[in-house]
Design a protein around this ligand. Structure first.
Ligand SMILES: Cc1cc2nc3c(=O)[nH]c(=O)nc-3n(C[C@H](O)[C@H](O)[C@H](O)COP(=O)(O)OP(=O)(O)OC[C@H]3O[C@@H](n4cnc5c(N)ncnc54)[C@H](O)[C@@H]3O)c2cc1C
Length: 162
């Protein structure tokens, strides 16, 4: 849970970067920000970024009272990693093939880094699927996945070896 808390605070291209980028890019003679699908994505990322900020503040309050990070840190990790990947994809898509080129432009680099790094972030510290299980079971209190080895000591789990 400590690792997820740290990963969930990962730096990278965020909604402000996507917004600034969309305002400065041309989309067939129109500013990219006028594209409805781009506007819709930026609105989604804004909601996610605001939710993340407030969830992190809640976690900081808990930590300041001596509590340990709870399973809600899984929410921060899964939302931030997926948002980073979406924003990286958006930046790279808008650059078309030029997105593949090495550049010194820090704005483009931030999209390239997100595009290359976010898929790994969705695995490291617990994959999306594992985090969804944690959120379902420990945050929402939904029934657990069926597990034949539940409550069984590791040495007794059938391995297939004779
Ligand atoms: C960039 C990066 C950095 C890393 N850094 C470190 C590090 O510093 N230290 C370290 O120890 N490890 C590190 N790792 C390893 C990382 O912790 C593991 O890769 C991760 O926990 C997933 O485990 P796994 O690779 O064994 O996948 P598996 O557990 O084999 O999962 C394979 C697939 O099956 C799915 N799956 C597995 N179990 C379930 C289930 N119960 N329900 C639904 N789906 C399931 C997974 O979601 C995944 O899609 C890093 C990984 C990456 C990508």
């Amino acid at each position: 849970m400590n690792e997820r808390l740290a990963v969930g605070d990962a730096n990278g291209a965020d909604v402000e970067d996507a917004f600034r980028w969309a305002k400065g890019q041309d989309d067939l003679g129109e500013p990219l920000i006028n594209n409805k699908s781009v506007r819709s994505s930026i609105a989604d990322w804004y909601c996610e970024a605001t939710g993340l900020k407030n969830t992190k503040l809640r976690t900081m309050s808990a930590l300041s009272k001596g509590e340990t990070p709870g399973p809600e840190a899984s929410i921060t990790k899964i939302v931030s990693a997926n948002k980073l990947q979406d924003i990286g994809n958006f930046g790279m898509d808008s650059l078309d093939m030029a997105g593949m080129l090495k550049t010194d432009d820090p704005e483009i680099q931030s999209f390239q880094n997100a595009w290359l790094g976010a898929p790994g972030l969705r695995i490291a510290g617990g994959t999306d699927e594992i985090l969804k299980n944690i959120i379902a079971e420990r945050v929402l209190g939904l029934p657990q996945d069926a597990r034949a080895d539940k409550g069984m000591p590791y040495k007794d789990i059938p391995s297939g070896k004779v």
